[in-house]
Design a protein around this ligand. Structure first.
Ligand code: COI
Length: 363
């Protein structure tokens, strides 16, 4: 018997909280602190394929100490949100893009690909089951969904696992950064790289995030909120933050974002911003951005705004870029980024027309 991961009926989150406590949590959810009553799980083996799919009570996995993912990090994940609209209905934003990226990540980590329809069914059935956990409309709160997949086979040999667990958990979410939407400060990591050419940078796997943590700690020690990584080969081209893509606004209104180099995550928010900016008449260019261009562009005011984006962070202006021995502060930190943010959030919450057909109704 190889089964290492079984969802027990335990209560690691707030399972069974009453409506009053849930309302308190939904009023101030923070990020990643509270979890809903249920989770979705299914298992893959070479002989049975995907099987045993069900929404179960939220609870801990029982993991054998020799479970492969604990040793070799054969693991991937996704992040997407369910939004409640003013009429009470609940919608997902571009979940098909997450499903497709999950497949690409799986391929890179030698995990089995989950069919797009199975991904959507898993996410939707969990949201429908825990629909009372989708925060009310109005405060930009949402239900953050975290699909993930890991090698659950009990085996210490180094090879792709022959038993894999897929799960989705859900967590009510407010602002990713403490203090709401405010300009964040960025520490430039000149020593550490997040991803190398040919590596896993374009996949959403836990290892990329683990690789960012020491640099993130350095950022905090230097009074910054987040860390920015450069390309691993030359340390000269801007890639992304620990978990967010970057955009630069130039004084003529042009918007530039680092091109997908193979070691940058293809963000759903990144892609949506490119389209929304185009809709609003901005010229958007995907190209390499040198670190000197960032530093001198902000100093000379050629670059007027810098912002970070991601599902969790939405769009967050960058105020300061700091490095060992210097810093530059953006001139305007909100005009274009806040316009794009408002349009994105309005689409997500059903307050602006969904001209691209990005929303998918769940409840
Ligand atoms: C997301 O934005 O959904 C992510 O997965 C990034 C993570 C740092 C929370």
């Amino acid at each position: 018997m190889t089964t290492a991961a079984t969802a027990s009926g335990g209560n690691a989150g707030q399972r069974g909280v009453d409506a009053a406590r849930r309302a308190e949590i939904l009023a101030e959810p923070g990020f990643g602190r509270y979890f809903t009553d249920h989770m979705f799980t299914s298992t893959w083996t070479p002989d049975l394929g995907w099987h045993d799919a069900a929404v179960r009570d939220y609870g801990p996995f029982r993991l054998d100490p020799a479970t492969a993912t604990l040793h070799y990090a054969q693991e991937i994940f996704e992040g997407l949100k369910a939004y409640r609209h003013p009429d009470g209905s609940v919608w997902l934003f571009r979940p098909e893009m997450n499903a497709a990226r999950f497949q690409r990540s799986a391929r890179r980590l030698a995990l089995p690909e989950l069919p797009v329809e199975d991904f959507l069914t898993a996410v939707e059935s969990l949201v429908r089951t825990d629909v009372d956990w989708v925060p009310p409309t109005g405060d930009e709160h949402s239900l953050y969904l975290r699909p993930f997949m890991f090698a659950s086979e009990v085996f210490l040999g180094v090879r792709p696992a022959n038993e894999v667990t897929f799960a989705v958990i859900a967590s009510p979410a407010g602002s990713y950064f403490a203090g709401g939407v405010r300009p964040v400060s960025i520490w430039l990591s000149e020593e550490y790289a997040r991803a190398a050419p040919g590596g896993t940078g374009a996949a959403k796997c836990g290892g990329n995030y683990a690789a960012s943590l020491l640099a993130q700690r350095e950022a905090i020690a230097n009074g910054c909120d987040q860390v920015a990584f450069l390309d691993a080969a030359e340390h000269s081209t801007v890639e992304e933050l620990g978990g967010m893509n970057l955009f630069f606004v130039y004084h003529d209104g042009t918007i530039v974002t680092p091109e997908l180099s193979g070691s940058i995550l293809e963000g759903v928010t990144r892609s949506s911003i490119i389209e929304i900016a185009d809709d609003l008449g901005y010229k958007v260019i995907e190209r390499q951005v040198g670190i000197e261009e960032w530093r001198s562009g902000v100093a000379s005011r050629e670059i007027t705004e810098v912002f970070a984006c991601g599902t969790a962070a939405v769009i967050t202006p960058v105020g300061t870029l700091k490095w060992r021995g210097g810093e530059v502060v953006s001139a305007r930190v909100d005009e274009v980024s806040m316009r794009l943010r408002q349009q994105l959030v309005d689409i997500q919450y059903g307050l602006a027309p969904d001209g691209h057909g990005w929303l998918r109704r769940v409840a």
